[in-house]
Design a protein around this ligand. Sequence first.
Ligand code: HXC
Length: 258
Amino acid sequence: MALLYEKRDRIAYFTINRPEAYNAMDPETLQELSQALIDFRDDDGVWVGIITGAGDKAFCAGADIKTMLPYMREVVKGETWREPPTPMRGLELWKPMIAAVNGVALGGGTEIALACDIRIAAENARFGQPEVKLGIIPGWGGTQRLPRHIPYAIAAQMILTGEPISAQDAYRVGLVNEVVPLPQLMATAEKWANKILEVGPLAARAGKEAMLMGTSMTLEEGLRYELMLFDNCISHTEDAQEGINAFIEKRKPQWRAK
Ligand code: HXC
């Protein structure tokens, strides 16, 4: 399998499994990733996702230059509906996603990480958008998400020169939440996942939806969107009642995602 997909203790694990090609995404891997993400979205038993790459060199070296780029040119042909939907484009996924970046994240690899909410980098990680060196531009959201996540000058540096930045520089500019030695990477990602599992699962999803939808709205529209989701949480979820009761009764809430 080019994509390993497991579920344990409310966490879904996605591992891009082509270490011989630095976990570059070929069309088959993209299809498998899309299907696994849809299963994660629809499975009430899993609440947080962690995505990583197999091995200790690469998170993902981007689109497979030998197979994915021809597929984009000959099959997708600029029409988004031909492409398997992912959070990079076409799949609304409000469950929180954590990228555990275990090595190079180049091109589509950085773009997969950008489509996650929390990014943990191993010390050997590097982030880059080298597409311009191939005569193309990022195609899974890099030109749109990178300048929304980090200062424009650094995004421009990455997108216009194609040169990668180190894990430490990624931390400095706010692209990643934490940098850890590689052997501690998965435990750290799980620590973040478990922190998120302590909060109301529907609230985490609504918070993510509000943030992401809000990025393409005016402040006024965003405030109305937030109020709609807030009202849905407080008026229509059992979890909100449970969270409030648990605070008053000085106990841990028992979330049910209902
Ligand atoms: C296909 C790749 C690959 C890729 C690495 N490999 N990246 N194959 N597509 N993106 C393969 C190499 O061909 C080689 O296989 C093996 O992995 C090891 O790579 P080497 O280059 O020998 O290793 P090294 O010198 O350590 O360099 C690693 C590397 C480099 C820094 C990751 O390979 C590299 O720069 N790769 C290209 C990264 C890139 O340009 N990504 C952007 C792609 S475009 P063989 O069989 O030869 O040993 C993109 C667009 C996304 O992502 C949007 C699409 C819609």
